[in-house]
Design a protein around this ligand. Sequence first.
Ligand SMILES: Nc1ncnc2c1ncn2[C@@H]1O[C@H](COP(=O)(O)OP(=O)(O)OP(=O)(O)O)[C@@H](O)[C@H]1O
Length: 252
Amino acid sequence: MSLVSVTDLGVRMGGRAVFSDVSFEIGAGEVVGLIGPNGAGKTTLMRALLGLLPFEGQSTLAALPAAERARLAAWMPQSREIAWPVSVETVVMLGRVPHLGTLQRPGEEDRARVAAALERMELAEMRDRPATQLSGGEQARVLIARALAQDTPLLIADEPIAGLDPAHQISTMQSFAALADVGKSVLVSMHDLGLAVRHCTRLVLLGEGRMIADGPPGEVLTPERLARVFGISAWYKVTEEGPVYQPLEVLR
Ligand SMILES: Nc1ncnc2c1ncn2[C@@H]1O[C@H](COP(=O)(O)OP(=O)(O)OP(=O)(O)O)[C@@H](O)[C@H]1O
């Protein structure tokens, strides 16, 4: 079953095409890493498929009414600023809004989902602190927890691990894998190719104004593509500890 399908998607901005003819589907149980150099159009692609900006082509998600879309997909944008001095728990509870009727107060299930998301992102002890007083990485974890609490079949996250310490980068990617294990899916943009190879079931590579590749990580990141698209070389090996991918040198 496909959770989202985009066909011939294209976006123009500032009078030029950011990308065109992008087509892919995300099924249940996938962690799809969206990779590509700065400016390749990763954020633009995510916003377009959510219907947050004008595009050419089709997106099944963008075609849905807003309320239905919020129950199908949680969106974690790149900007991390939490503007209001409300508690961590209150911010995470906002993830439950799509599940509440007008003027309906959160119930037992909502509180349980929020507690699980706080636990998952190791925020339980900070639940009463004003979110604005947390560090940048802690605020990012609060927003990931909010997206987890939304409890949607699909989570779309724009560079969620940027700025997190190594332990929280790994545990966040493991949280995404755990979602996939229970049949949910994640579309996650990221620059850390090592973590992408290790934790994503599939990679979509964006560059040169189009989708260059879509497939298993080891097949997408060939030395030729790495050199052409990112201008780097890398060392890759499937070890007893899982796949290890280490960027090495700049080639240009
Ligand atoms: N509002 C805008 N007007 C004009 N051009 C824009 C606008 N927003 C983005 N762009 C351009 O679209 C291109 C893609 O931007 P986007 O932010 O989607 O890239 P990205 O792959 O997410 O980059 P990064 O890895 O740096 O976050 C860039 O060249 C950018 O300059």
